[in-house]
Write a protein that binds this ligand. Structure first.
Ligand code: BDP
Length: 608
């Protein structure tokens, strides 16, 4: 069990929460000497940098953008005297990929894993009512013992360089908000909720974990603030006769108020938005509140100009407006859990999320995602001496993701890996442990899956039977038989689909990626690869195939927007498979998708 709470840092009658965003002092540890030189007590220089943001894209020097190693952040905070007597924490939304936190020169905590929050307890270290110095050292090196996988090389000039086994830039730093929080000694630590829906009748089964003994009192308020139900005790069931369900594109959020009491004394209050909905798989159908649904949407990235992977509230708003405009209803958080604000927005807007743990690059090849389909490389990513360490970190990330995200109605499924090497015997025991853990951590037992690349074919994949629904990443017409050979690509795609069909798995399939690189500057009639016309041809071909198989229950195009990657022969200043540009303007394909998705009802193919 996690040693800290991952509840969203709400303010309440009993909790204080202060955002520490803004300009922090910043220093790059060029010689890896910050530890020896005691930077934990104060960093050198006068540079400052925004938090939250990736550090890479602000500067004009390439050596900073490509810097691999330790970067140091520092700021002074006043820990208010009013917090004394409570438990006081620093909460980091994400430090990519690992961080050590110091308070007043003394180590306060550390965390590994770059896309999930953690809390550092500073209760006994803080000087109350006075200035305290926070120093954080963040390391962005990649290896094969943590996710996402990659390696770190050293160039002839002695500089280190990141070699991701994945196709997105290794942005890093303090990429999400930092909070100073105080919680009462006896506090709500975790909340488990699950739902049973029968028409308008709904049952909410709850269980509240606290840090000490207290009477638990729950109240449920509707959107107008009217109390609809209440309950007492640390666990139980709340019944609603006329429940407003959370529906796709029509979200309804209740407020659950949890009070911890000792007689008349209020010990803690925690309020959270909740949405009542039930997700189920029945045969090849995915049901939300009993009705079949078809996924329309994207694989995305947290990625934008200047701030990189840093959370940007304006970009978030724009992305949701574009997704509504185009008729999408869902997205996958490829290839890592996103900022918590994005899930809260999806809860409000009625979007469905396939929540993905940062397990990408688990494939034995130097440039993973490019060689993946070619069958190149050794065939044993999961039988290395380091595999047990990787598994342990992977399981911890799954736990952290599910504990953080389990109460978002928008989260309807878990993706436990992206394009792993699922073709060797040793992958099976590894995958079994992931799937078992996801079930154990999730009180709602949401469907689990992993996104499969093309060599994970019906004949070769050892693990697809573990998935509750099959998620395929397929690039017919791009990596496979692109350009004038597209007719053969279609035939090859149909041949693969026929093999899946023959297996008669009785499970839903979703296309979790499909697309073609397209430069927004390029037009040509007749088309060639990389032009906007060709992107449309690829999508039309693929959609024809999707539509001819009833067990295909969704399509999430790759990618929502163009995004930054490591430079290379295959990438023109990033991956250009976006339906929108990196600046969030539509390519021609966006209008094609809009027409298609707006004409497809939510229960598309639901009668089949
Ligand atoms: C898949 C990966 C994705 C890549 C995409 C591509 O899952 O991260 O960006 O292909 O090549 O292999 O565009």
């Amino acid at each position: 069990m996690l040693e800290y709470s991952l509840l969203y840092p709400e303010y309440s009658e009993t909790r204080l929460s202060q955002k520490l965003d803004g300009m922090w002092r910043f220093a790059i540890d060029w010689n890896g000497e910050g530890g020896i030189l005691n930077w934990c007590a104060g960093i050198p220089g006068h540079d400052t940098i925004p938090v939250p943001a990736s550090f890479q894209d602000f500067y004009t020097e390439k050596s900073i953008r490509e810097f691999t190693g330790d970067v140091w952040y520092e700021r002074d905070i006043i820990v208010p005297a009013a917090m004394e007597g409570d438990r006081v924490y620093l909460r980091f939304g994400a430090t990519t990929h690992r961080a050590t936190v110091y308070l007043n020169g003394v180590k306060a905590g550390e965390h590994e894993g770059g896309y999930l929050p953690f809390m550092v307890d500073i209760t006994t270290m803080a000087v109350y009512g006075k200035k305290n110095k926070v120093v954080v050292v963040v390391n962005n090196e990649l290896n094969e013992t943590n996710i996402p996988c990659g390696m770190t090389i050293t160039l002839g000039n002695g500089r280190k360089m990141s070699k991701p086994y994945f196709d997105f830039y290794n942005y890093s730093g303090l990429q999400r908000s930092v909070y100073l929080l105080s919680l009462p000694k006896i506090a709500v630590e975790d909340v488990d909720l699950s739902y049973a829906v029968d028409g308008e009748h709904a049952e909410i089964t709850y269980s509240i974990r606290t840090t000490g003994d207290a009477d638990v009192v729950l109240s449920l308020f509707d959107e107008d603030g009217k109390k609809e139900a209440s309950s007492k005790g640390g666990s139980g069931v709340i019944k609603l006769e006329n429940a407003h369900l959370w529906q796709v594109g029509n979200a309804y959020l209740y407020t659950l108020r949890i009070e911890l009491r000792d007689g008349d004394k209020l010990l803690d209050v925690y309020e959270m938005p909740i949405g009542i909905r039930e997700v189920k798989i029945e045969g090849t159908k995915i049901l939300l509140n009993g009705s079949p649904i078809y996924f329309k949407g994207f694989g995305k990235h947290e990625d934008s100009d200047i701030v990189g992977r840093g959370f940007n509230i304006g970009v978030m708003k724009r992305d949701f407006e574009l997704m509504k405009w185009i008729g999408a209803n869902s997205f996958r958080t490829s290839h890592y859990p996103y900022d918590e604000e994005i899930y809260r927005e999806a809860d409000r807007e009625g979007f469905m999320i396939i929540d993905e743990v940062p397990a990408v690059g688990l494939f034995e090849s130097l440039s993973n995602f490019l060689d993946a389909g070619t069958g190149k490389g050794a065939k044993s990513f999961f039988s290395k001496p380091t595999t047990p360490i990787l598994l342990e970190k992977h399981l911890k990330a799954i736990e952290e993701m599910i504990v953080r995200d389990k109460n978002h109605p928008s989260v309807v499924a878990w993706s436990l890996l992206n394009e792993p090497e699922s073709t060797d015997e040793n992958s099976l025991p590894y995958f079994e442990k992931l799937f078992e853990a996801a079930k154990r951590f999730d009180p709602q037992h949401r469907p689990r899956t992993f996104a499969m690349e093309v060599s994970s074919s019906p004949e070769r994949c050892k693990c697809y039977h573990l998935s509750d629904f099959i998620a395929l990443n397929r690039y017919y017409g791009w990596y496979i038989l692109g350009g004038y050979e597209i007719s053969d690509a279609e035939a090859k795609f149909v041949a693969e689909m026929e093999k899946w069909k023959a297996l008669n798995l009785g499970k839903p399939f979703i296309f979790s990626e499909y697309g073609a690189d397209t430069l927004s500057s390029e037009h040509k009639l007749p088309s060639v690869m990389w032009t906007q016309e060709y992107q449309i041809e690829v999508f039309e071909m693929l959609h024809r195939v999707f539509d001819s198989y009833d067990f295909v229950r969704g399509e999430q195009a790759w990618a929502f927007a163009d995004f930054q990657t490591t430079e290379g022969l295959m990438r023109v200043n990033g991956n250009k498979k976006g339906i929108f540009t990196r600046q969030r303007q539509p390519k021609d394909i966006a209008f094609v998708l809009k027409k298609r998705w707006e004409s497809m009802p939510l229960d598309y193919k639901g009668d089949r």
